[in-house]
Design a protein around this ligand. Structure first.
Ligand code: NAP
Ligand code: ZN
Length: 334
């Protein structure tokens, strides 16, 4: 058997058809016939080798939904015919202190679905059965696929940092992650402010649940947000004037980075001290948190707003993610 998909052959290039022979299914592995795969901005970072971890050629894609078609002989958790999802992570040691405390996302031996391996822009994927998740019936595959990475990445810090229904939450960037963050925070009872560079996103951000919308190019608007928020989640991958957002926090507030911004922070540490403020980060989420997030999304009708593309149109979809014209998550229908 050969698995066919679309791979990136060299840094920053267009994807082209690609075939590979899968390894023999390990005892705990499953073969999944993919029906849908979201395009996360992390796939773009990998295509461009922004993180110096990409090995070409490889098939990107880590917001996968499909059906199990084959199981290794020690697979217990899932069965053939079941609809499941796979996210960024597809393995860990399951023994270290991080795995033992449900934080497999911090395991030093973690395996990523499409780093050094082939991911979900393909007909099939092979993965560890202990990192696949049942998808609640209520969620359609198209709208649920982006929850597997985008959804968990924004749900997890809202839970970990104990955001409460009375809290005022800011979301920077109304993209794939951001539009889900608005929905989750709203469903948790919070008052939500969206910070965006795109004026045309205001109406929809409010439909997703934002109570207010700040066009960040307008510095006066940003100033008005000073001292108003308990928790801010940044989903952007660019350098911003972070001091504006630290100032937007109330005392004891927390600015949490989930967007992959690797520039230095440049504000005086004293502003954190004076307001007892925190700056934090968060990366995907552990397995228990993913299962909880999927259930929470199903109960609260939290779904990604998607634009669907056939697999052979993957380059057009990627282009729309790159130029920020996608609304709000590109999903490949395989
Ligand atoms: P996305 O769909 O492309 O959304 C990013 C948003 O950032 C855009 O929609 C845009 O929102 C805003 N933006 C773009 N250019 C900007 C600029 N120059 N200045 C200010 N804002 C800008 O990306 P995504 O899939 O949500 O991913 C976002 C980031 O999260 C990526 O870096 C990705 O790698 C990272 N990520 C991290 C984790 C984790 O575990 N921590 C998991 C998944 C993804 P507006 O139009 O509203 O301004
Ligand atoms: Zn992702």
């Amino acid at each position: 058997m050969k698995i066919s998909g679309y791979a990136v052959y060299e840094k920053k290039s267009l994807l082209k058809p690609y075939e590979y022979a899968p390894t023999k299914l390990g005892p705990k592995e499953v073969l999944i016939k993919i029906s849908h795969c979201g395009i996360c901005h992390s796939d773009i970072h990998l295509i461009d080798d922004d993180w110096n971890v990409s090995k070409y050629p490889f098939i990107p894609g880590h917001e996968i939904i499909g059906e199990i078609v084959e199981c290794g002989n020690e697979v217990k958790k899932v069965k053939i015919g079941q609809r499941v999802g796979v996210g960024w992570q597809s393995g860990s040691c399951l023994e270290c202190e991080w795995c033992a405390s449900g934080q497999e996302n911090l395991c030093p031996e973690q395996v990523a679905t499409c780093v050094g391996r082939n991911g979900g822009f393909a007909q099939y994927v092979i993965t560890d059965s202990r990192f696949v998740f049942a998808i609640p019936d209520k969620l359609t595959s198209e709208n649920a696929a982006p929850l597997l990475c985008g959804g968990i990445t924004v749900y997890s810090p809202l839970k970990r940092y104990n955001v409460k229904p009375k809290d005022k939450v800011g979301v920077i960037g109304v993209g794939g992650l951001g539009h889900l963050a608005i929905q989750f925070a709203r469903a948790m009872g919070c008052e939500v402010t969206a910070f965006s560079t795109s004026p045309d996103k205001e109406e929809e951000a409010k439909r997703f649940g934002a109570h207010s919308f700040v066009l960040t190019k307008n510095l006066n608007e940003l100033k008005k947000a000073e001292n108003t928020l308990d928790f801010i989640i940044s989903t952007v991958y660019t350098k911003l004037e972070w001091i504006n957002y630290v100032n937007a926090l109330k005392p004891n507030g927390n600015l949490c980075f989930v967007g992959a911004t690797f520039d230095n922070l440049d504000f005086p540490a004293g502003v954190l001290m004076l307001g007892q403020k925190q700056v934090s980060g968060s990366v995907i989420g552990g397995r228990a948190m993913i299962a909880e997030m999927l259930e929470f999304a199903a109960r609260n009708n939290i779904v990604a707003k998607t634009e669907v593309f056939p697999l052979n149109d993957v380059n057009r979809a990627i282009e729309k993610v790159r130029n920020n014209t996608i609304r709000y998550r590109a999903v490949l229908k395989i």
